[in-house]
Design a protein around this ligand. Structure first.
Ligand code: DC
Length: 222
């Protein structure tokens, strides 16, 4: 059984950054599952389709190529909002399930483990994950971090608008019928409202490392 670190959490909570750092620390591949939904949304747009149309969204989901996950075109907040919409369609989630499931069951390049961030990793994709984190921060803090990030890219947005968008996206992700955003019962909550990135990573590692070590030691060699 592979070692799986599931990092779920709210929008712009820093879960992606933490997941990447954890992956680097343990030498495991990282899957940004949000990118799959963002690529689906972008695919619908590129095909001139309607994200609210199930057939258009499912077609785009089936055509997703994770190799495009670093494409900056999927990063704008408008694409995130649209990703949240297509993510509420059960057939879209179904279409993206197999790729995620394979990634955690058989991590790429024979790695012993994987780190996956998203909304339903600890609840649906990898319910038996070795370690589960649920990352959150207050909406005001998340909006401020996003505002700083956008500002550094030369994009001026009102912090209050960013906060309202994050809250709306979380509400949409929490209220969908299938695989909603929620903390798994056995996940550790990591509130990073008062933590910088180094402190947040140290806190994440303190929660995850003992579990990973435990499973590595329990693994039969050979
Ligand atoms: O993590 P992110 O902001 O890139 O995710 C974009 C949207 O994709 C998010 O608002 C909801 C959806 N998503 C999901 O439903 N399930 C996941 N495992 C990951 C993302």
């Amino acid at each position: 059984m592979s070692i799986v670190i599931a990092v779920d959490g709210t929008a712009a909570s820093g879960k992606g950054t933490l997941a990447k750092k954890l992956a680097k620390h343990f030498g495991f591949p990282h899957l940004d599952s949000g990118a799959l939904y963002r690529l689906t949304a972008l695919g619908v747009l590129e095909a001139g389709g309607d994200p609210a149309n199930e057939a258009d969204a499912v077609k785009a989901a089936r055509a997703v190529d994770y190799a495009r996950s670093a494409d900056p075109a999927i990063r704008p907040d408008a694409v995130g909002a649209m990703a949240s919409k297509v993510a509420a369609i059960p057939a879209v989630r179904q279409a993206l399930f197999e790729f995620q499931h394979r990634f955690v069951e058989t991590p790429p390049e024979g790695a012993p483990g994987a780190v996956v961030d998203g909304r339903d990793i600890g609840t649906v994709i990898a319910p038996d994950a070795t370690a589960k984190l649920f990352v959150d921060a207050s909406p005001a803090v998340r909006a401020h971090r996003r505002w700083l990030e956008l500002k550094s890219m030369g994009i001026e947005r009102l912090e209050a608008d960013l906060e309202a968008e994050l809250v709306a996206r979380d509400a949409q992700d929490r209220s969908r019928a299938v695989s909603p955003l929620c903390q798994a019962e056995d996940a550790d909550l990591l509130d990073t409202s008062n933590l910088g990135i180094d402190a947040a990573f140290a806190a994440a590692l303190a929660l995850v490392e003992p579990k990973v070590k435990g499973q590595l030691e329990a693994k039969p060699r050979g």
